[in-house]
Design a protein around this ligand. Structure first.
Ligand code: FAD
Length: 290
């Protein structure tokens, strides 16, 4: 039997966390698969479980101006069904797992699981998401790219809980999300791509005012190239074909995919660059025609 705590408030949860080594459980969709010990399959010691998915302080989605705040225990379904959440943010979430799992799996769980294949991550990196992490004594704010330190690794301390995700929503005229898996649903990504661009009318062309490009599962953590984004930002859509080679080369340098059960290095590299090329030559160039 595993000891389980079910606190009534976040404060109570942080107090327990401060005094006892615990495993946090929100929806449990990652943990129940990983912690076979709980089902008695592996007879060894396990830390007590601290249930947090029900805590009110970890719920709620609010949009103030362009500032979106999402409670860490919000389920994927709650976010997908929220009218204030933009379509580009809902798209990657709606392709995760299955409807049943999306009803209890949380966004905070996906972040803290910190898998390179976590499907909320390319999106959250591209949006420069900030995380609020609380302990009994203090709260700290950390950029997602600094929080996740490697495959399955992050800077969460044993007395802390991720409470909120904050995103400043960018303008968006084009976006693309591609999850490449073995089948359409219920699969872990072989790789994933998220691209977003905001373009503004400029004489007979369109100016790329903002652009964000991120890949999942092609390196130990999500990758973005500030160098390539800077190259595209401020350019006209009609110039993308000239910049394309440099942008592809910049991302090619950052890709360090693995061979594993789900895919090969070669496949991941080839498909990643091809998804980027599609985004540049089809999505962005379509902006300049319309
Ligand atoms: C059949 C199946 C299909 C899946 N498909 C996908 C998929 O397509 N894409 C994908 O990305 N994932 C997928 N997953 C993985 C999983 O559903 C997601 O990662 C989910 O978002 C995890 O959320 P959870 O609330 O269930 O996390 P939990 O299992 O409760 O927790 C996951 C980890 O995060 C920690 N944690 C949770 N909440 C917090 C918090 N607030 N503060 C600090 N630490 C916290 C836990 O201690 C644990 O280490 C799938 C899982 C299953 C079982």
């Amino acid at each position: 039997m595993v000891k389980t705590y079910r606190p009534l408030t976040l404060r109570e949860a942080l107090e327990i966390r401060n005094q006892t080594r615990t495993v946090l459980l929100a929806g449990g969709s990652d943990l129940m698969v990983r912690q076979r010990v709980w089902s008695g399959a592996v007879p060894e010691f396990s830390d007590p479980v601290l249930l947090i998915g029900h805590l009110k302080e970890l719920q709620g989605i609010s949009l103030t101006g362009n500032l979106l705040q999402i409670g860490a225990a919000c389920t994927l379904a709650q976010i997908i069904n929220d009218p204030g959440v933009p379509a580009y943010l809902k798209l990657p979430l709606s392709q995760m797992a299955s409807p049943a799992i999306r009803n209890f799996a949380s966004i905070g769980g996906n972040i803290c699981n910190s898998s390179p294949a976590g499907d909320t991550l390319p999106l959250l990196y591209a949006l420069d998401a900030w995380l609020t992490i609380q302990s009994k004594e203090a709260a700290r704010s950390v950029a997602i790219a600094d929080f996740i330190t490697g495959p399955g690794q992050n800077s969460l301390q044993s007395d802390e809980i991720l409470s909120q995700i904050t995103v400043t929503l960018p303008g968006c005229s084009r976006y693309s999300y591609r999850k490449v898996g073995a089948r359409q649903a219920m699969c872990i990504s072989k790789l994933s791509f998220f691209g977003l661009a905001d373009t503004l009318a400029d004489e007979n062309d369109r100016l790329i005012h903002d652009i964000r490009i991120a890949f999942g599962a092609v390196a130990p953590t999500v990758i973005r190239s500030p160098e390539a984004e800077a190259l595209l930002k401020g350019s006209r859509c009609s110039q993308v074909s000239q910049l394309r080679e440099n942008v592809l080369a910049s991302y090619a340098r950052l890709l360090s995919p693995l061979d594993d059960l789900r895919s090969t290095k070669k496949y991941r590299r080839t498909v990643a660059l091809s998804l980027l090329d599609n985004f540049l030559t089809k999505d962005l160039q379509r902006s300049c025609i319309e």
